[in-house]
Design a binder for this molecule. Structure first.
Ligand code: GAL
Length: 744
């Protein structure tokens, strides 16, 4: 099959409104069968303004859209700017049915542009030229693409995005293949000169012809491909997140520190951490319990251990009385001693993991049983969140594999490959459903997720620990509706400990995951020494506590500001932390920046990695930037060499903005009122809107929230509140017009 004209014969275009018209549309638009060479007919529907679905053949039954948490937010998509013109025609997207697989070809003839996305990839940021293997995995093996959150969605700086609705594990060739057709009339890349280095050798083999992104999808015989218009990459990301249903809004307390305690610890270990944090005035909102709270953890009984927690309800009540939320570690492989075991026996896969049942979450009954158990046993007893661990897949290089295979059989009919890809996603949904029933928000942790995850209030994390990868994952997550928690576990030096905490303090979740070491982290951050009880002298412990407190207080002061960013995530699809190409699509220089990002609307974070005290930072063009600490003003579009000290994360404030800074609280209570100083940067600052609500329920969905808009006119600050939510959560106590160079 040749060019556009010929292929066009196989397309029908239909305009529809998502959901309602789909059935009749499908009937009225049924198209011709495949060509004799496996080319499938495509059926185009516009599902919302600037979002097109192209249906090839009969899509599979078990795909992400079959399990979506929320319907697309069509109102918000339609409210976005005009999507602009795509750089290709939808008819140019082809799909071939081959023996046992499908191939989808999307034009990508845009040599000056970059491609981002594909989920939580720890290794690669700019995606062109790579072969991605989008497999759910606890580690990267071979091809890039394996991750805790592989998502077959990418965006281009040309201003569009493409998503394939599949739960298969595709190979994706990102503008790296040379179609035979490109031989015609071109002798490029045929040069016969012999190279003398490996890099030159392979550089000479670059793909040529009209590049495409090729999705090579096993098993499927039909698939839906979605194209999200722009006009810039920013709106393409927004469209995808809104199509996913819009982002989650965490409970307000979720934005404070989560401290996870020692896995072998008991009630005394937990209370010691909780009491010391309060005594030392280190802000903390959530105490997380690791496996030891259960009678059996690998696999899980989901029953409290009487041995370590003889009166667990008392511990829960005391912690709650101190203002803590409690998060429980678990995984969804069910131990024979669990009360859930019998009812799930016939509703699980044909292989065990650590001797436990693999829950068939696709079966509605199994989904409900799991959900209701969490409700009755934990949520109704004061538990606010869960850490859904181990739901990814051990890399094949590991000799202790813990997962079920792709050839697993589940009673619902989903196969092992699809289940592996969707397990973490469905698992989150089952838990989240239990909270929603009580009109309660939650904030959890999860080690695996899939497409359409934006509405799910869970943070991805990993056992991997390379700092550069942690930062890259934060950026990559922002392209595909994922949240990443760059947890801190330990560090060989105080400086590294603080630089790690620096990234965590400016991430969707700040987590100290001290599961593997017995003594609290401030007594010794070096894991090996901590395990041997070689603790720091008291004065050094105090120094660690002081630094941790300082960093966390800074996060707490930004809490109302950052919380408001989640409203934009929910209703506009803009991620709370953003890679720079999302925020500055016009500035081509930001495209290669993998070590800085936006935290909320107006703060650029340039974390330090390792033990350094200086780094270069590129400040995007379009506006000036203010050093948060010294108020030095820098022009945008410039690179600066920044000097800093451990624990002081380089931060830059966008010129002409209002930055609300709250007096830090030690934890967020239902009645916390934030005392806010509005800092004013520049002479013509844009207004800033804070959101106020109860911080814990879904009542905001019924309009029970306020918009508190801060503006600055004629040298004076104004506060305008709309909405009828009471009591007010934000009190503007002062205005501070920042003068250049007036360091704090
Ligand atoms: C790991 C998890 C860690 C910790 C540990 C407890 O799988 O990634 O964060 O929870 O289990 O056994």
């Amino acid at each position: 099959m040749g060019g556009t004209e010929q292929r066009g014969r196989f397309y029908r275009r239909c305009l529809t409104i998502y959901g309602l018209a789909t059935m009749s549309l499908a009937a009225s638009c049924s198209v011709a069968a495949t060509s004799d060479r496996g080319l499938l007919a495509g059926e185009v529907s516009e599902v919302a303004a600037g979002v097109w679905r192209i249906r090839f053949g009969n899509p599979e039954r078990f795909v992400p859209t079959s399990f979506r948490e929320r319907d697309p937010r069509i109102v918000s998509i339609n409210a976005l700017t005009d999507p602009g013109t795509l750089p290709f025609s939808l008819e140019d997207i082809r799909c071939h049915r081959l023996s046992g697989r499908l191939a989808v070809y999307v034009p990508c003839d845009e040599p000056q542009d970059e491609i981002y996305g594909f989920g939580l990839d720890p290794r690669v940021y700019r995606q062109k030229g790579y072969r991605k293997w989008l497999t759910l995995s606890a580690g990267v093996v071979g091809e890039t693409g394996a991750s805790h959150g592989p998502v077959p969605f990418y965006v281009s700086t040309k201003g569009y995005g493409v998503w394939v609705d599949t739960a298969r594990v595709p190979f994706v060739h990102v503008a790296r293949l040379t179609p035979k057709a490109s031989l015609m009339g071109s002798a490029e890349n045929q040069a016969g000169d012999l190279k003398t280095s490996v890099s030159e050798l392979y550089a000479a083999q670059k793909a040529s012809g009209k590049p495409e992104v090729v999705f090579d999808i096993p098993a499927a015989t039909g698939v839906d491909v979605y194209v999200f218009g722009g006009p810039t990459l920013r709106q393409a990301v927004q469209r995808y997140n809104l199509f996913s249903g819009g982002g989650c809004i965490p409970p307000m307390w979720g934005l404070g520190l989560k401290y996870r305690t020692y896995t072998q610890g008991d009630h005394k270990t937990v209370m010691n951490v909780a009491e010391t944090l309060r005594r030392q005035h280190v802000p903390c909102d959530v105490i997380g319990l690791e496996p030891g709270w259960q009678t059996n953890a690998y696999s899980c009984s989901l029953v409290w251990s009487d041995q370590r927690f003889p009166n667990h309800q008392d511990v829960v009540d005391r912690l709650r009385g101190m203002g803590y939320q409690i998060n429980l570690w678990e995984h969804a492989y069910i131990h024979p001693s669990s009360p859930l075991f019998d009812s799930l026996k016939s509703r699980s896969g044909d292989f065990l993991v650590w001797g436990g049942l693999v829950v068939d979450f696709v079966d509605p009954k199994a989904f409900d049983l799991y959900s209701q158990y969490h409700d009755a046993e934990f949520i109704q007893h004061g538990i606010s969140g869960f850490k859904a661990d181990e739901c990814d897949r051990q890399p094949i290089t590991d000799s202790t594999p813990f997962n079920y295979p792709y050839c697993s059989i589940f009673p619902s009919g989903i196969d092992g490959e699809q289940m592996t890809q969707l397990y973490g996603y469905l698992y989150q949904r089952s838990i989240y459903t239990a909270f929603k029933k009580h009109n309660l928000r939650t904030w959890g942790d999860v080690r695996a997720t899939a497409s359409l995850s934006a509405p799910l209030p869970f943070n991805l994390y990993s056992d991997a620990y390379e700092q550069g990868e942690y930062l890259r994952q934060l950026l990559n997550a922002s392209f595909t509706g994922l949240l990443w928690s760059p947890e801190v576990r330990d560090a060989p030096t105080l400086d590294e400990f603080l630089t790690r905490l620096g990234i965590a303090a400016f991430a969707p979740q700040t987590c100290l995951n001290i599961w593997s070491i017995p003594n609290p982290i401030w007594t010794q951050f070096d894991a090996e020494k901590n395990k041997k009880n070689l603790l720091l002298p008291e004065d050094e412990q105090q120094e660690v506590i002081a630094k941790v407190r300082e960093l966390l207080n800074l996060r707490m002061s930004l809490l109302p500001y950052f919380y408001s960013a989640f409203y934009r995530y929910r209703y506009e699809g803009l991620p709370p932390a953003r890679a720079l190409p999302i925020e500055y699509p016009q500035d081509t220089k930001v495209r290669a920046v993998e070590d800085a990002y936006l935290f909320g609307d107006n703060l650029l974070v340039a974390p330090i990695l390792g033990n350094k005290d200086t780094r270069k930072v590129y400040l995007p063009a379009g506006n000036d930037w203010w050093d948060f600490y010294t108020n030095t003003r820098y022009p945008g579009g410039t690179e600066q060499q920044i000097q800093t000290s451990p624990g002081r994360v380089p931060l830059f404030v966008r010129d002409n903005c209002i930055l609300p800074l709250a007096k830090p609280v030690e934890h967020v209570a239902d009645d916390t009122v934030f005392e806010i100083t509005a800092r004013v940067y520049g002479d013509e600052p844009a207004s800033f809107t804070l959101f106020e609500d109860d911080g814990v329920s879904f009542d905001y969905e019924k309009g029970r929230f306020n918009r508190v808009t801060l503006s600055w006119r004629n040298g004076k600050g104004n506060v305008e509140r709309t909405g009828s939510f009471h009591p007010h959560r934000c009190q503007i106590v002062a205005w501070d017009k920042i003068a250049p160079g007036s360091s704090q």
